[in-house]
Every structure is written in structure tokens, then in C-alpha cells.
Ligand binder design. Structure first.
Ligand code: 13P
Length: 280
């Protein structure tokens, strides 16, 4: 059943769990997420990466919307990380009602301006806007401490940012990174607690791959209601394909795809258990 992102996140708030938001790139990815969610009786989000407009565009939007609509569990379809107004408008036209307006590489006032402007358009289309305050990078190494801290979400500005932009969901940068963690993740829970105290919008955590279970559970206790996972899913997919191909004789194509779906489905199933969303 296709539902509104905010409705899902409010459901997570009431149940004190988090919604898993999984990046999908093709039919196999969408099937893996939907099948895992159905098997676990869990709500879920399918995410399409911003920047993929030219490569996949409307067909992938239609695929994800149909996969969510025909499922029995509540599911939302969301555009992840997009900093282009044109692209966002294109995905809205394609039927998406949930987008991340990513102005995180802008300075504070420019990010407020960009996000507010996109939020108006998205709200006009009955959609939901996620926005980021701080700057999540692919790496945390090699930065001086002041540079690193300046990329984290400033709790003193979080409420102002949400109020002035109209963002419905706020991404927190608390030491989480996209992709692989080069050393053990060190999330700033005090910062998360301070943000949660001032902001009523649901909080989202990016960089859900490679985080230890205790950190994830603590984030959920402290109010995170959406957790993004991309790298672990992609890794499972590529590994499965590599294994199929290196297994010898020309593999049956359908078997290759089915194995890849199963590998991603296992990853999703594990995350849904960890996020506490299984069981309806
Ligand atoms: P990972 O690739 O680290 O799982 O992060 C996913 C993400 O945050 C997508 O926006």
C-alpha cells in the first residue's frame, strides 16, 4: 500500500522504532525491499538516488510506485539527495510525493533559502520534504576538529532551520558517514539528544551501512525515525552477481537475478529487525 512518508514516520514515532529507507536502482532492488518488508510485516521506504534522472527517470519511479502500491504493507517512495530544482520537479511529475532537498553543501542562509523554495513546490504537490542541516560526507578522516565539527548539525540552529524552511523531516549529521566507516563509528549522541529536544519534525539518519547495532538502537531511542541504507545492499547485490559468474558454466540468467534478490532481501530483513519495525 503506497502511503505518505510523514504518516509512516509518525507511525514509527508512536511505536518508537525507525523506518528503513533502502536505495534501489532496478527491479531486483525493489523486489528485495518489498519482499523483505512483506515477510517481516514491516513498513518500509524505497528510495531513488537523486542524479539518476537521466539514467533511469520515470521508468524507475513507475516501478517503485507500482511495487509499493501492490504490496500489503505500508510503503513510501522517496527521492534521495537531490540538489536540482529541475530534477525534483521531474520526479514530482513522475508521481513521487517525497523528496530530499539537499542544500547541505551551501552555507546556512543559502541552504535555508534553497530548502524553503523547494519545500513550497513539494507542499504544493501534497508532498513531503526531507532536508539536511550539516554536511554528511563520504569520509570523516583528514579533517581538523573544527572543520569536522562544522559539518555536524548545530543543535542551536536545528529548530530555526526547520521552522524557516518548512522541512517535514530533518537529517542529522552526528558523525555518521555515507559508505564505509574507516574506523569505528563515533556518533555524537549528546548532539542528537540536543537536536531532538528542540525539533518536532521526525529525524532521519543517513549512512546506515556499517553502523554497529548498539549505535543504531541508541539513535532510535533518541528519536531517529528514518534510517537510510544503501552501501550494504549494493555490496550484497554485486557480491552475489560475482559469485554467480565465477561459479563456472554460463549461469542461468534468471537464477543469477533471483540469487541477487535473495542476497539483498537478507540485508533488508536484518535491518528491519534491528530498526524494530517488523511485526506490523
Ligand atoms: P550508506 O550507503 O552508508 O548506507 O548510506 C545510505 C544513505 O545515507 C543514502 O542517502
Amino acid at each position: 500500500m503506497l502511503v505518505n512518508t510523514l504518516a509512516l514516520l509518525r507511525m514509527a514515532e508512536r511505536g518508537e522504532f525507525a523506518i528503513g529507507a533502502f536505495n534501489v536502482y532496478n527491479l531486483e532492488g525493489a523486489l528485495a525491499v518489498v519482499q523483505a518488508a512483506e515477510a517481516a510485516a514491516s513498513p518500509v521506504m524505497l528510495q531513488i538516488m537523486g542524479g539518476s534522472t537521466k539514467r533511469v527517470g520515470r521508468p524507475l519511479a513507475a516501478l517503485c510506485l507500482e511495487a509499493a502500491s501492490s504490496a500489503s504493507m505500508p510503503m513510501a517512495v522517496h527521492l534521495d539527495h537531490c540538489s536540482s530544482r529541475d530534477e525534483i520537479e521531474g520526479w514530482l511529475e513522475a508521481g513521487l510525493k517525497s523528496v530530499m532537498a539537499d542544500g547541505s553543501d551551501l552555507d546556512y542562509e543559502a541552504n535555508v533559502e534553497f530548502t524553503r523554495d523547494i519545500a513550497k513546490t513539494v507542499h504544493y504537490n501534497d508532498g513531503v520534504v526531507e532536508a539536511e542541516l550539516g554536511r554528511l560526507t563520504g569520509e570523516e578522516d583528514g579533517l581538523t576538529i573544527p572543520d569536522y565539527e562544522s559539518k555536524l548539525t548545530d543543535p542551536a540552529r536545528a529548530a530555526d532551520f526547520v521552522e524557516r524552511t518548512g522541512a517535514d523531516v530533518l537529517d542529522v549529521c552526528i558523525g555518521n558517514v555515507h559508505g564505509r566507516y574507516r574506523s569505528d563509528p563515533r556518533l555524537d549522541f549528546e548532539r542528537l539528544e540536543a537536536i531532538e529536544r528542540t525539533v518536532t519534525a521526525p529525524l532521519a539518519l543517513h549512512g546506515g551501512s556499517g553502523l554497529d547495532d548498539d549505535s543504531v538502537r541508541r539513535c532510535i531511542e533518541l528519536g531517529v525515525r528514518k534510517i537510510n541504507v544503501n552501501t550494504e545492499l549494493r555490496t550484497a547485490y554485486v557480491r552475489s552477481l560475482a559469485e554467480s559468474v565465477s561459479a563456472g558454466d554460463q549461469p542461468e540468467f534468471v537464477d543469477v537475478m533471483d540469487r541477487a534478490v535473495a542476497a539483498m532481501r537478507d540485508v533488508v530483513a536484518g535491518k528491519l529487525r534491528l530498526f524494530g519495525s517488523s511485526g506490523g
